[in-house]
Design a protein around this ligand. Structure first.
Ligand SMILES: NC(=O)c1ccc[n+]([C@@H]2O[C@H](COP(=O)([O-])OP(=O)(O)OC[C@H]3O[C@@H](n4cnc5c(N)ncnc54)[C@H](O)[C@@H]3O)[C@@H](O)[C@H]2O)c1
Ligand SMILES: O=P(O)(O)OC[C@H](O)CO
Length: 317
């Protein structure tokens, strides 16, 4: 049995793909009404409409007491979920599927699990993938990062499905930071396109944004190869160039001066703030992330954010 905690779009899509292996997949949601709705309709109409839940997917409000658990809740909720259910989670194999940095602690998902759950064996599954693509059975490739190489190999085998090919690494810092920071750069890319600045501006933001990601992640001990891989470069490309990305669409709306649905999960907003605070403490220069944080907080207009970037002193690449 595999458990997925968090019945949002991504948790549900992973459950749908894992169920194709024939195993029972428990899909845990914190809201009992939502569980009842999913059981009645055999669909997660709230977050992943139009995708049937196979018979071996079990929506439930009870955390399964055996097997690995994938944590697919929004990053700013992860710590609370772990603290609330610490007794049920202690000593378990916990695989984060969320992308972001916790605002209160400036920790990523793997570090958060390790800090909150005694004896947990934390890992992260991340990389370029939209829930809708995974649920439709389209091919995707992800990174599984686990500090324990033997466990990582076991998880790689267990979580590979007919449409998810998994590469593994032991570099959890690189995997979690690449996935978190690409969302911030995607907001910048969306804002540039929304404001009519053009594809050249987007390419500049992606490239210089990637330099910021590398700078911060390597200061945390991440390996350059991880950042060049699926969880870093790969996800940056997807998220900055596709209208399916919520972070990119949020940026587009900012650029166009349009409203954006506040019920939509946009991980890059809190992460921009967290990373700006954190980089400041470490003395690391993150101008694009800082501009996005100011933009999201309403302290800058898109034009002012651009001006703040263009007016910086000229430097070597
Ligand atoms: N949607 C995607 O394509 C995708 C792909 C890769 C990774 N992710 C990551 O997965 C994570 C979840 O995103 P999503 O797209 O599934 O979000 P979503 O907006 O579709 O759903 C979020 C879910 O979290 C649940 N939730 C909120 N607070 C909770 C709490 N306190 N306890 C338990 N559950 C709670 C909500 O009920 C909701 O079902 C994010 O970090 C995101 O970056 C998403
Ligand atoms: O919709 P987004 O912007 O949260 O992106 C979803 C995934 O992280 C893309 O890999």
């Amino acid at each position: 049995m595999i458990g997925v905690m968090g019945a949002g779009a991504f948790g549900t899509a992973l459950a749908v793909s894992l169920a194709r292996l024939g195993e029972v997949v428990a899909l845990w949601a914190h809201d009992a009404d939502h569980v009842a709705e999913m059981n009645a309709a055999r669909e997660n109409a709230k977050r992943l409409p139009g995708v049937a839940l196979a018979d071996n997917i079990r929506p439930t409000a009870d955390i399964p007491d055996a097997g690995p658990l994938i944590l697919a809740v929004p990053m700013q909720r992860l710590r609370g979920v772990l603290e609330t259910h610490a007794d049920a989670l202690k000593g378990r194999l916990l695989i984060a599927a969320c992308k972001g940095i916790d605002l209160a602690t400036h920790l990523g998902p793997v570090e958060t699990i390790a800090q909150v759950i005694p004896g947990a064996q934390p890992a992260i599954l991340t990389g370029p993938s939209f829930a809708a693509d995974i649920a439709r059975g389209l091919p995707t490739a992800l990174t599984l990062a686990c500090g324990d190489a033997v466990l990582g190999e076991r998880l790689q085998q267990a979580l590979t499905t007919p449409n998810i090919r998994i590469y593994r690494t032991t570099d959890t810092h690189g995997a979690e930071l690449g996935g978190a920071l690409k969302n911030v750069i995607a907001i910048a890319a969306g804002a540039a396109i929304g404001k009519g600045m053009g594809d050249s501006a987007r390419a500049a933001l992606m490239t210089r944004g990637f330099a910021e990601i590398r700078r911060l992640a390597q200061a945390r001990g991440a390996q350059p190869e991880t950042l060049m891989g699926l969880s870093g470069f790969g996800d940056l490309v997807l998220t900055c160039t596709s209208d399916l990305s919520r972070n990119y669409r949020f940026g587009l709306a900012l650029g166009r001066g349009e409203a954006f649905d506040s019920d939509t999960t946009v991980e890059g907003v809190a992460t921009a703030r967290a990373v700006t605070e954190w980089a400041g403490e470490l003395g690391i220069d993150m101008p694009i992330c800082s501009a996005v944080a100011a933009l999201c907080a309403g302290k800058f207009s898109v034009a002012e954010a651009l001006q703040s970037l263009l007016s910086r002193p000229l430097k070597e690449e």
